[in-house]
Design a protein around this ligand. Sequence first.
Ligand SMILES: [Zn+2]
Length: 260
Amino acid sequence: MTTDSEPVLPEQEEHSRAMVVFAHPDDADWGCSGTVAQWTRLGWEVVYVMCTDGSKGTEDRSISAIELSRIRKQEQVEAGRVLGLKSIEFLDFPDGYLEPTIALRREIVRVIRKHRPHILITTDPTRDLRHFQYIGHPDHFAAGEATLSAVFPSARDHLWDESFLAQGLEPWKVHEVWVMMFGQESTFWNPIEEEDVVKATGAIKCHVSQLDQPESVDKWMRRWRSENGKNIDAPYAEGFKRFQLVPGFSPDDEDESTDK
Ligand SMILES: [Zn+2]
């Protein structure tokens, strides 16, 4: 018996489960699919949670909302297959009407408690007004806001909707939240490999109904990720705002080298 060994917390474990919560098919595959590819390559279980039914994103008047939703969900399933996801949860709120309601939060709490992710990625809950040609999509802010509120405090508190306990859905503390960032506001860059970028590009190409210029996808996917990589001297990286809500679980807690 040694006297100087570190105490081991009974619940201590390495991160191996992740969840990505977003509004529409392709949101996650644009914003963080390289990181997702990296994690599945390392053997992690990654679950996507799509808040809307994806029934509005088209200018084609010949296609119905129901048919578009069917097509876009199938595209997301195929992208998920490329990335090696464990599963996709479709919450099926109407596309274009998403709000950070208690009803939405409850469904996100349900999937958090079901899958118990160590790291959860979601979209920015604020409207970004820095871009001349883009004002953001309200469903993205709504998904981000509902998700952050689900992580803290609702998924954590056993008294928040006690009906979950009767269903065997125990409280869960998400260890880290990473908010997808596309520009300069990232505080953390996750380095990814060439093979992850290749897989991420393969995933985004599954969203055929959304790609006006499929030939430009490789360029777009690489340009943003290589720009991010310059911040940490890596060939590629994806940018986030990172929040560590439960410290002490990850073996790399001491390594803040990639934090700003
Ligand atoms: Zn979207």
